[in-house]
Design a protein around this ligand. Structure first.
Ligand code: MN
Length: 398
């Protein structure tokens, strides 16, 4: 049996794509890591199953109406909690929190981890995008640290380590697979189906992010995420980069996960086969390296790597993200909230794929100039944006 000085890990969003892969990664190095807590939104059966296998000390479910059913099903002695506070408590207890919650609902977990001065292995990009200024303040808590799990940002994090002088960074290139509709014109994109949009060419992920990949909204959100993580808003954590120093490069093979270009013209890239277990292991082990290889490249069979510029006209969501990031304040929160509403409607068959960007654009136009420096103003902005987006949906032709 492994000793008790292992790193304790909270896996929040444990039943989703990132969560299940995190359990897989931790099981590969049981001498170094132990799972202190598991939490899910509402997938009760899988959470119970995971709890019976992993035996965490603490387990939480977002949907409070499922708390008593959870309590009855888990081993005696397991602490049980629910709601937003239950999820946040997971993050306060552990040395490292893997935040794999989907959407804005991940914000309390992000803040709880950072405010407790812990390491946040961040897969939930929406919390950073929607609450930039609030998260930046929490990030200054002594001991607090974000190590990105998003594969592009994990790549950038690694590329930046190639520079031990901590400056001289000129540009960041965020790579994009281009999604299932790469190369199609706006006209050809008018009648795509849910099945086509869910068929991602290189990554197997949850439905929300897969749709975001098909519209390039995901890449747009990742530009905002990169700006928050590595750009000027982070102050002394940043490299003096501005939004326009972050560019998107379409790379259909998804092997180059992102790049950093230095002042002398050198570009450093991070390459591996698409496998999210690599960035998860990276975020757990940093500054060490995880001992098990996920997605190593077979160079004899890899073939070619292609690169091209993104088509901002066929994929207007990417341009909207730059626009929102330039507006600052709660504008990214508005865009992200509108997008959550639009994607949910598309997945229910209530909105055409091509109209997702229209809902996002029209909601962003309503932005009230909110600065988002307090949690209350972020929550209010999110609420207002959801309200507008829902109103627009009601009027949209389906
Ligand atoms: Mn990504």
């Amino acid at each position: 049996m492994a000793s008790d000085d292992r790193t304790s890990v909270a896996v929040v969003g444990s039943t989703g794509s990132i969560g299940t892969q995190t359990l897989d990664v931790i099981a590969a190095d049981p001498d170094r890591y132990r799972i202190d807590s598991l939490a899910a939104g509402r997938s009760l059966d899988l959470l119970v199953e995971q709890t019976n296998v992993v035996r965490p000390s603490f387990v939480a479910i977002g949907d409070a109406s499922l708390e008593s059913a959870l309590r009855e099903a888990v081993p005696a002695g397991t602490e049980v909690a629910s709601g937003e506070e239950g999820l946040a408590e997971c993050a306060r207890r552990a040395d490292v929190t893997v935040n794999g919650v989907v959407g804005f609902a991940g914000l309390p977990v992000t803040l709880a981890s950072l405010e407790a001065g812990k390491r946040l292995a961040l897969a939930n990009k929406e919390s950073l995008i929607s609450a930039g200024p609030v998260v930046q303040a929490a990030r200054r808590t002594p001991g607090a640290e974000i190590v990105p799990v998003d594969s592009e940002h994990a790549a950038i994090h690694q590329c930046l380590r190639a520079n031990d002088v901590g400056k001289r960074v000129n540009r960041i290139q965020v790579t994009a697979s281009g999604g299932p509709f790469r190369g199609r014109s706006a006209d050809q994109l008018k009648s795509v189906t849910i099945e086509e949009a869910l068929a991602h060419p290189t990554w197997a992920m949850g439905p929300k992010i897969t749709i975001d990949s098909s519209t390039l909204m995901n890449k747009g959100l990742e530009v905002i995420e990169a700006n928050e993580l590595f750009g000027s808003p982070a102050g002394d954590l940043g490299y003096g980069l501005s939004l326009n120093d972050i560019e998107v490069v379409v790379h259909p093979q998804s092997i180059v996960h992102s790049m950093v270009t230095y002042s002398d013209g050198s570009t450093i890239a991070q390459l591996s086969m698409p496998d999210m277990r690599l960035p998860i292991g990276y975020a757990l082990a940093f500054p060490d390296r995880f001992p098990v290889a996920y997605g190593p490249i077979d160079w004899a069979t890899i073939g070619r790597l292609d690169f091209e510029a993104p088509d901002m006209e066929a994929f207007p969501c990417l341009a909207l993200a730059y626009q929102a990031a330039g507006m600052g304040g709660t504008a990214p929160a508005w865009l992200s909230a509108a997008n959550e509403i639009a994607v949910e409607a598309f997945l229910k068959g209530e909105l055409a794929w091509a109209d997702i960007s229209g809902i996002n654009a029209a909601t962003l136009e309503k932005h009230d100039g909110g600065t988002g420096t307090t949690l209350e103003s972020v929550l209010e902005g999110d609420r207002q944006a959801r309200h507008y987006a829902t109103e627009l949906l009601r009027r949209a032709p389906s």
